[in-house]
Design a protein around this ligand. Structure first.
Ligand code: DAH
Length: 339
């Protein structure tokens, strides 16, 4: 019986070889496969012979049967491979093709400016503090010494909620929050979004970003403020930028100052951007009004300080020569990809 089986197995292997050598198409290969290992295939037909093999011959018979089966299967796979129809070759990856580039995002230019400003002020010892965009009238106006008839309180200029809260119009709110939460000395910068009921145009939007600075300590003077702002101007725009201060009014500072930077477009010679003045209005600042300190329980006899606030979009527009504020919120990738 063993001999017969071995002979039959040899015959099937030989048949397989012949069938597959002749195969010219994928269909030929599949036909050959059916004839060999299919349900009624030659090899399948030999399986019942196994049952009739003498017990002592079984290991040899089983081994031979498996070998023949493996050989036939390998030949089938080889033929498929040759004709390009094997599962492996059909799914194969062409490693010579260029890879698919994974698009890498980047920070919004406004976020880049915020990061840069924070980094500059951190190097001068300021800590970043943040506050919420929804605020109370107390934090946005009252505690900041805004007179009751100050125009910025008007619902025509400010977004109010029904419960009396509002969308903050300035990051100065974080001064109040910080001074209520911690004792001086305080040295913070606070970047964030602000909201005003403006009609959007190239330089106005209903939301924009500011960065606020506050320094409270013993013996802080206007000279400290000026040197801090000068250092910032030089770090942000370059060493050739000069600053100047002009008297102004803000409720939360006394004296109040408007700070200009020499025009970063023309170097101060005069151009369209600086309206031929050579100077750009950049920020408001001053010495913290003693009333503000009293409002948060800090003794103005012992402590004083300076504060400043500037617009992030304006800084970004000047740095990158962007002509229209609305580009920042349109999410146009052709614009955003440039930064
Ligand atoms: N909050 C002012 C504004 O939105 C900017 C400002 C001016 C902030 C003077 C200050 C400051 O801290 O001292 O126009």
């Amino acid at each position: 019986m063993l001999k017969e089986l071995l002979a039959e197995l040899d015959a099937v292997t030989a048949e397989a070889k012949a069938l597959l050598a002749d195969a010219k198409t994928a269909a030929d290969v599949e036909n050959a496969k059916n004839k060999l290992t299919g349900r009624n295939g030659a090899l399948t037909a030999l399986a019942p012979m196994m049952g009739r093999i003498a017990k002592e011959d079984k290991p040899v018979a089983g081994k031979a049967f498996n070998e023949a089966k493996n050989t036939v299967q390998a030949m089938i796979e080889e033929a498929r491979e040759r004709l390009g129809t094997s599962k492996v070759s059909a799914e194969a990856i062409d490693v010579t093709l260029p890879g698919r580039r994974w698009p890498i995002g980047r920070k919004h230019p406004v976020s880049q400016t915020i990061d840069e400003c924070c980094a500059i002020f951190r190097r001068m010892g300021f800590v970043v503090a943040e506050g919420p965009e929804i605020e109370t009238v107390k934090n946005c106006f009252d505690a900041l010494n805004a007179p009751i008839d100050h125009p910025s309180r008007d619902p025509k200029d400010t977004f109010y909620f029904d419960d009396g809260r509002l969308l903050r119009t300035q990051t100065s709110t974080v001064q109040i929050r910080t001074m209520l939460a911690q004792k001086p000395p305080i040295r913070i910068v606070s970047p964030g979004r602000c909201f005003r009921r403006d009609t959007p145009d190239a330089t106005h939007g209903v939301h924009f970003h500011q960065i606020e600075g506050l320094y409270i300590d013993h013996d802080v003077s206007l000279a400290d403020l000026k040197s801090t702002l000068e250092a910032f101007a030089n770090e942000f725009f370059g060493d050739s930028v000069a600053i100047r201060m002009r008297p102004h009014f803000f409720p939360f500072t006394e004296p109040s100052v408007e700070c200009d930077f020499s025009c970063v477009m023309c170097g101060g010679k005069g151009c369209r951007v600086c309206k031929n003045s050579g100077w750009l209005e950049i920020l408001g600042c001053g010495m913290v009004n003693p009333n503000v300190l009293r409002n948060v329980g800090i003794n103005p006899e012992k402590w004083q300080g300076f504060a400043f606030g500037m617009g992030i979009e304006r800084l970004t527009m000047l740095k990158h020569r962007i002509g229209d504020l609305r580009l920042f919120s349109e999410n146009d990738l052709r614009f955003l990809k440039q930064f």
